[in-house]
Design a binder for this molecule. Structure first.
Ligand SMILES: Nc1nc2c(ncn2[C@@H]2O[C@H](COP(=O)(O)OP(=O)(O)OP(=O)(O)O)[C@@H](O)[C@H]2O)c(=O)[nH]1
Ligand SMILES: [Mg+2]
Length: 828
């Protein structure tokens, strides 16, 4: 049996007392009260209490005269039911502690920030997330030692001008504030932390102040819904008055995205018309964004079941990508039919669904079009984005680019041309040009993948043009006829509009398809590609999969086809003997094989692994990390495992892990019989040493996940790397979650060593060159006093890709690189 949180706390307190430690970590234990013995640790310098169940802090804190750092924060969106501190008042004694310089009180129950806080001037770190703070007091400028300021989840529309005087500020978190000044999203930090871009933000504010800004005056309207729902016709009716006589009833599916602008008196609406065919959904994640208005079109001529299912699908997708952007549900083709759905149920489930009666429209009769026009403008005007401010010069460049796109049908804006355009508009520093480029990408004016060297090379793309090209290829029926295969030379035929897609640009479109993870080049078959979405539906004969195998399953609320297809694309080097079809694939790695199959109707992906007992769970773990990357932060499917003896008994993976901490057996009913499952044996078949450490790390990060006692659900010996990581996470901070952490550096060291030894084995090829280049970039970054996560990411991902291209010989590098990528992903 594992220890209770109180026992764990006491044990740590006693250890700290014995070793006269300066730091005590009692975070995420779910403690309601702090043990009395704590107050005896009068030498304490750092106290971590985040993610407990505390409702008050004792005045005894006065005895901690050496305390320099106190953290009682919570994460903003911990899962319901997890413990969280609800402290509403801090004892007066706290403010008198002479050494206290770091204080994180984010996401508690305070009505407001205690005034006394501003009277202390020595702060180095302040965590003030989730305070509904509408403005920062001017006193902030007196905090000249401040390096870190977390302000996520407040109501800040602006920062006081004085803030630019904070010269030591390096890290500021502004995520989730209705800022009236447009900042590149990536500068804002996560829901909890900052992004080490404070000085950039301050410089930006200063420049904006000097130059002057204007409101963007524009809101994006994303029009989504099933294919054939009538989205394009609706927009034509709205924007061009094509109703009644001028309505032409003809099917003309939208390829990709079409953008149209509609000017109003004081605000312009920019409509994004998304093609509704399923294949188009694969790129939505690049375009559906926050701070937009969504129109969800539902076809009144379809029946209720169809519409309710599809509407929920889209509402879920919008929730992932659009955050709390408002959604208008618009019924189309209403001249003859009436959309019949349970609106109040949907509203309960999706609070961002606009609370007014569904608009019934018809492009054919013109019904409801005026009303839609009126409601849209009203809604858009209220969005903070409408009044967001940008420097005048930025707006000038943006307008020039929009004009270039509209008038000249520009496809690609070469870097030099972009920079020249900036310079002409008074933006001469490269850094400011880059900032603007990020903003333009965030706003969907251009596509530019700064992180991806291959794509940043090929310039700044017009999104309509680029996605249009991509979808011309992927929707071509010829690819389906040839069972998902196509050759580069065929692209010429698919993109037959020579003016729009000159031969020199075709390769870029194909590269973009790779970036979007829509297709892959067959290893060893140059210039031949597979498009998984065009694969035949037929499952080939599968050999030897009828015996029980280790089975894992994801169950989704909505399952997008592209989750599986992206998995196929990114792991194409492991596909075994061409066994790939529309809904499944067989992979092979070493002595193990893995069968991955999706059931799109039941919204499940089932994974079976067979092979050598010692390594197959590592293979499964690898597969899961691949899916996790695809799921990202948004998609969180339930995970199930199946015991080998009871192959039709799904068990929730998380529940089994939790149970295993206190129980030996799990009792279930299988095919009418009571059965007992030994939990340790069960989990030992699934949980790798690496995963155990991942879980522990998550325990550290996620408030309230029960901390496992010692090695309770796995009896593996921990490998060297696991040990290193394990140690790194025990202690006072999430040490591994920092790129400056020595343990992390050590991992990087291992990778560079492995790459060097690989280089020695290779003959001169472009792949070797790429590998070398990425290695150099990585080493250069490692030598910087302040390495940047983004650059690590780019070079390690580059290394992984090159290693992948090398197949078998690249495996050791690939595996190390994947571990590091995972670590990087877990870092704030
Ligand atoms: N009767 C009727 N038919 C309509 C109406 N609006 C659209 N349609 C028809 O529905 C079909 C699809 O219309 P589109 O506007 O192209 O549909 P879409 O949602 O843009 O389709 P995708 O671009 O493939 O996603 C066409 O045949 C239209 O003529 C309407 O108000 N009434
Ligand atoms: Mg359309």
């Amino acid at each position: 049996m594992s220890k209770t949180p109180e026992e764990t706390a006491l044990e740590r307190i006693r250890e700290a007392k014995k070793s006269e430690a300066g730091t005590l970590d009692l975070k995420e234990l779910g403690l309601k009260d702090l043990p009395e013995e704590l107050w005896e640790l009068t030498n304490l310098k750092e106290l971590h209490l985040q993610g407990n169940n505390l409702s008050a802090l004792s005045a005894k804190i006065a005895d901690f005269v050496n305390l320099s750092s106190l953290d009682i924060s919570n994460e903003p969106f911990a899962r319901p039911g997890r413990p969280r501190n609800r402290i509403a008042r801090l004892p007066d004694e706290l403010w008198k502690l002479p050494e206290l310089r770091k204080l994180n009180i984010s996401f508690n129950a305070f009505a407001e920030i205690p005034d006394t806080l501003w009277q202390k001037k020595g702060w180095e770190l302040l965590g003030l997330g989730g305070f509904k703070l509408a403005s920062l007091p001017p006193e902030i400028v007196q905090l000249q030692n401040l390096t870190t300021l977390y302000l996520s989840g407040n109501q800040l529309a602006s920062l006081p001008p004085e803030i630019v005087q904070l010269q030591n500020l390096t890290d500021i978190g502004l995520h989730g504030n209705p800022l009236e000044i447009a900042l590149p999203t990536r500068w804002l930090g996560s829901q909890y932390f900052g992004n080490n871009e404070a000085q950039k933000i301050l410089a930006y504010y200063k420049e904006l102040d000097e130059e002057g800004g204007n409101p963007l005056g524009e809101v994006r309207v994303m029009v989504v819904g099933e294919a054939n729902a009538g989205k394009t016709k609706l927009l034509r009716a709205l924007l061009k008055g094509e109703v009644g006589e001028s309505f032409v009833d003809a099917r003309n599916p939208t390829d990709g995205i079409e953008v149209n602008t509609f000017g109003g008196d004081d605000i312009a609406l920019r409509f994004w018309d998304f093609g509704g065919q399923e294949i188009m959904h694969a790129t939505h994640r690049f375009f559906l964004s926050r701070r937009c208005v969504y129109i969800l079109a539902a076809d009144s001529s379809q029946d209720r079941d169809y519409n309710e299912e599809k509407i929920e699908y889209w509402l879920e997708l919008i929730k992932f990508f659009g955050g709390d952007s408002p959604v208008m549900l618009v019924a189309t083709k209403a001249e003859q039919f009436s959309l019949d759905v349970n609106q109040s149920r949907l509203q309960e489930k999706y609070p961002n669904l606009v609370k007014s009666p569904i608009l019934h429209t018809s492009a054919k009769s013109g019904q409801g079009i005026q009303e839609l026009h009126k409601s849209l403008f009203e809604l858009a005007k209220k969005l903070p984005t409408a009044s967001v401010i940008l420097p005048k010069s930025f707006l000038a460049v943006k307008d020039a680019l929009e004009k270039m796109k509209e008038d000249e049908k520009v496809k690609v804006i070469e870097d030099a041309i972009y920079r020249k355009l900036c310079a002409e508009n008074g933006i001469s520093e490269e850094e400011r040009q880059d900032t603007l480029l990020q903003l333009l990408h965030d706003m969907g004016v251009v596509l530019h993948y700064e992180d991806d060297e291959r794509l940043s090379d090929f310039g700044i793309l017009n999104p309509d043009w680029a996605t249009g090209g991509v979808y011309k290829i992927v929707t071509n029926t010829k690819i389906k006829e040839s069972r998902g295969r196509f050759a580069l030379r065929q692209v010429e035929e698919f993109l037959n509009d020579k003016e729009k897609y000159p031969p020199s640009m075709r390769r870029r479109i194909v590269d973009l398809m790779k970036k979007f993870e829509l297709s892959y080049e067959i290893p060893l078959e140059k210039d031949t590609f597979i498009l998984p979405s065009a694969l035949p539906a037929d499952q080939p004969a599968l050999d030897g999969w009828d015996k029980p195998a280790m089975t894992f399953e994801y169950r989704y609320r909505i399952l997008q086809v592209n989750v599986l297809h992206r998995f196929m694309v990114t792991n194409n080097d492991l596909i075994s003997g061409g066994q790939i079809w529309y809904s499944g694939v067989v992979l092979k790695k070493g002595d193990n094989q893995c069968l991955v199959r999706a059931d799109f109707r039941d919204k499940k992906i089932n994974i079976k692994v067979k092979g050598v007992e010692e390594t197959r769970k590592d293979f499964l773990y690898f597969i899961r990390t691949q899916f996790e990357r695809i799921h990202g932060e948004e998609v969180k499917p339930d995970e199930y495992i199946y015991p080998a003896q009871y192959p039709e008994l799904p068990l929730r993976f998380d529940d089994m892990k939790t149970l295993a901490k206190s129980e030996k057996d799990y009792k279930a009913v299988y095919k009418g019989q009571a059965v007992t499952i030994n939990l340790r044996e069960l989990l030992d078949g699934f949980v790798t040493a690496e995963e155990r450490h991942e879980d522990e790390k998550r325990d550290e990060k996620e408030p309230g996940r029960e901390r496992g006692g010692s090695n309770t659900y796995i009896n593996n010996t921990i490998n060297v790397q696991g040990d290193m990581m394990g140690n790194a996470t025990v202690g006072n901070e999430n040490m591994i979650s920092s790129i400056t952490n020595p343990a992390f550096k050590e991992e990087l060291g291992k990778l560079t060593k492995e790459v060097k030894s690989l280089l020695q084995k290779l003959e001169d090829t472009p792949n070797k060159e790429e590998l070398k280049e990425n290695l150099e970039n990585l080493q250069e970054e490692m030598e910087r006093p302040k390495p940047r996560k983004k650059f690590y990411q780019v070079s390690v991902e580059g290394l992984a890709q090159s290693a992948r291209n090398l197949n078998e010989v690249g495996k050791p590098v690939l595996e190390l690189a994947m571990t590091i990528i995972k670590l990087l992903h877990s870092m704030p």
